[in-house]
Design a protein around this ligand. Structure first.
Ligand code: B1M
Length: 210
């Protein structure tokens, strides 16, 4: 097994000390930092995304993998010029107005960051105007809305309407997710996509940006 495959395996297993040591070893041996990211760390997180989606990995394991990934990234960041740092795109994300649930949303953030997206996490209880302002400020390609309550999912529709009123709807893709959300609800309110879990959300963003 190559060192890159071993690093991917350490990420999959959530072994952050191992991932840190092997990343350092690869740096010391002169390996290209971007190859360490793409063929080692990100390759591992891609597998995590697939396994999580299939129900073969659970939330605490995914969090350990994300920690292993970011431990390696922290060592590599100073070696990579900002302009060389691979970015898959920019996503603004938040839990909608009236809703304080953020565990799942944080998981989506971690998976997106691990996949190379720049993520602006607005937090929880975000009203439509705040989403609109964030789109104006950050110009993301995708905006992600999370809701865990049947009473707050309607705020997703309000947010899409607010984007339309400000003439921003054509400039940004809207994806939605959370336990009570479904594809038919996404279709009903005119969202660009629905993801049932963090791995699918990452795939969806990749597809929408491509
Ligand atoms: Co609340 N809660 N809660 N809660 N809570 C639920 C959601 C509930 C189903 C429990 C129940 O009754 N069985 C119920 C909602 C009922 C409904 O509306 N259908 C409920 C309720 C009623 C409430 C309160 C109203 C309770 C009260 O005060 N009377 C209150 C509301 C507060 C508010 O938001 N205004 C409340 C409060 C809380 C806590 C604060 C105590 C806490 C939240 C802590 C926090 O998040 N920081 C809490 C919790 C923990 C839960 C449960 C137990 C767990 C939610 C969770 O974190 N799941 C939940 C019951 C349950 O789901 N079993 C419940 C784990 C997480 C990884 O999954 O969030 O689904 P999930 O995220 C997944 C996917 O949905 C998806 O990807 C994630 C990872 O795979 N996903 C996205 C999520 N967002 C996405 C966005 C995307 C794409 C995918 O794109 C943008």
């Amino acid at each position: 097994m190559s060192d890159f495959s071993s690093l991917a395996e350490l990420v999959i297993n959530g072994n952050y000390n191992g991932a840190k040591d092997l990343t350092q070893k690869l740096i010391d041996s002169g390996a290209d930092p971007l190859e360490i990211i793409n063929q080692g760390l990100m390759a591992g997180m891609d597998v995590v995304g697939v396994r999580f989606k299939a129900g073969d990995m659970y939330v605490p394991e995914v969090m350990m993998s994300a920690k292993a990934m970011s431990t390696g990234i922290e060592l590599l960041k100073p070696l990579i010029a900002d302009s060389d740092m691979p970015s898959a795109g920019k996503v603004v994300i938040g839990t909608v107005k009236g809703d304080l649930h953020d565990i799942g949303k944080k998981l989506v953030v971690m998976m997106l960051e691990s996949a190379g997206f720049d993520v602006v996490d607005l937090g929880v209880d975000i009203d439509p105007d705040a989403f609109v302002n964030a789109v104006k400020e950050h110009s993301p390609q995708v905006i992600g809305l999370s809701a865990l309550l049947t009473t707050t999912m309607l705020s997703m529709k309000d947010t899409i309407e607010a984007l339309k009123e400000e003439g921003l709807r054509d400039k940004v893709k809207v994806i939605i997710g959370g336990a009570p959300i479904s594809q038919s609800f996404a279709d009903e309110i005119g969202a660009d996509g629905y993801a049932s879990d963090a791995g699918t959300a990452t795939e969806l963003c990749r597809n929408l940006i491509a």
